[in-house]
Design a protein around this ligand. Sequence first.
Ligand code: FES
Length: 574
Amino acid sequence: MAERRKLRSEAWFGGSSKDAFMHRSWMKNEGLPSDLFDGRPVIGICNTWSELTPCNAHLRDLAERVKRGVYEAGGFPLEFPVTSLGESNMRPTAMLFRNLASMDVEESIRANPIDGVVLLVGCDKTTPSLVMGAASCDLPTIVLSGGPMLNGDYRGEKIGSGTVVWRYHEEVKAGRMSVESFLAAEAGMSRSAGSCMTMGTASTMASMVEALGIALPDNAALPAVDARRNALAQLTGRRIVKMVHEDLVLSKILTKTAFENAIRVNGAIGGSTNAVLHLIAIARRIGVDLTLADWDRCGRGVPTIVDLQPSGRFLMEDFCYAGGLPVVMRMLAEKGIIDRDALTVTGQSVWDNVNTAENFNKEVIRDFDQALAPEGGIAVLRGNLAPNGAVLKPSAATERLMVHRGRAVVFESIEDYKKRIIDPDLDIDASSVMVLKNCGPRGYPGMAEVGNMGLPPKLLAQGVEDMVRISDARMSGTAYGTVVLHVAPEAAAGGPLALVREGDMIELDVPNRRLHLDVSDEELERRRGSWRAPEPPNSGYQSLYVSNVLQADEGADFGFLQGRRGAGIPRNSH
Ligand code: FES
């Protein structure tokens, strides 16, 4: 008979040494019976529950469901908290803390007697930060998302998280909606537990982990308050115990193929541009070479077939009832767009997981010949304005602006933008190109979600609905518009964006993936002579962040965090 594989946790809990006594004895103050320490898999439930992260405020309940499953399968569950990043409250931006939270996750896992991990995530940055940290450890790992809120509802209109805020706010600025009506929509937008129910960053990342194969099927779309989400949690608990026995570590699932599948799924769902940063960062943690070029290559020709806001009409609850992500993955697999043989946490292939999925609403999940947008992938633009790349989401942009030449109206910072955009004398018209600097990883710092700058009120009042906007910032996954983001290198790192001046002509050519500043190289060199880098913060976490953060095209991780360090057993100092 094959000898049982020794579990990592036995280095803490196994045997009769003084150390084992100490490790077990203190744990027993939680009322845990002795047989839990008999060599069964210890499952860490890594929880981002927090009342300051409203989208994850229900995760302690979900953790209890996971524990049921772990116990049923013969495991020993131990829940632990990690830094929770709440998108709606954290300032200056939750992204500033993504890498910090990932360090917390990685070190918490490695330092403790854990054999397998369940990552409880939800709000935007909680998913990538936990997956990044876990990837560096490479234990058996499974992700469980908290699920989206129920559809927003206000005065009979289905309203989507975030997306409606941008739209209503522009209505107020244009004088078409009263402030009272605007404020009354607050409670209607967020009427149940869960994360944003548009295809924003949270839903995109919940879909990405399902597409990568590191979450169970249906993880993305089941609403937070749907009883089936609780059942999924229990199944997740059961499955992680088996994954430990099978030694099914993350790196066996997170292959280059898995990332290529996820990029293609992102195109089909009209997912957030934030996924570009997060997937590149996760890939570099696990040791997969994923670049912006992969995003452009894999996304090309993938139509957006899921009709969800902000690109389309419906919301995550509708997506769930239509059949959810398994339907999309089945359609893509049948067309040969994604690799059906990729391994997943079920221990089976993508195709095994999705081949029975059925589409119950073809308005929500459309046939390919009825696609919402023929080009759903993320367009990666290059040129003298973005030598290392910039991104644009075609499905959220305006077709007639995809090839555009216009005069730059330049904002040196977000504060400069806020001050001048309301000026009725601002020299700007609908053909202008709005340029925002110093909002990238180093510049803001943290790469704020301000790239979808609101249009000038005077143009909104004229009925202008979209303009070309360019920045080194990010954009909320719930936002839309012809918005060029993640320009690399960023202005604060001395990228050409820093050298743009008012009145320069800029050419955007999405079909040819080109972003060009119509200024000679000699003139740009001359301007560079007078450019000064902004003063970096001189202490605290922001100083660590600015000195170590990589540019957007490299995932904006810290350079020193890249790579898989494994979960070797640390020394014991008792
Ligand atoms: Fe938390 Fe959108 S603010 S998911």
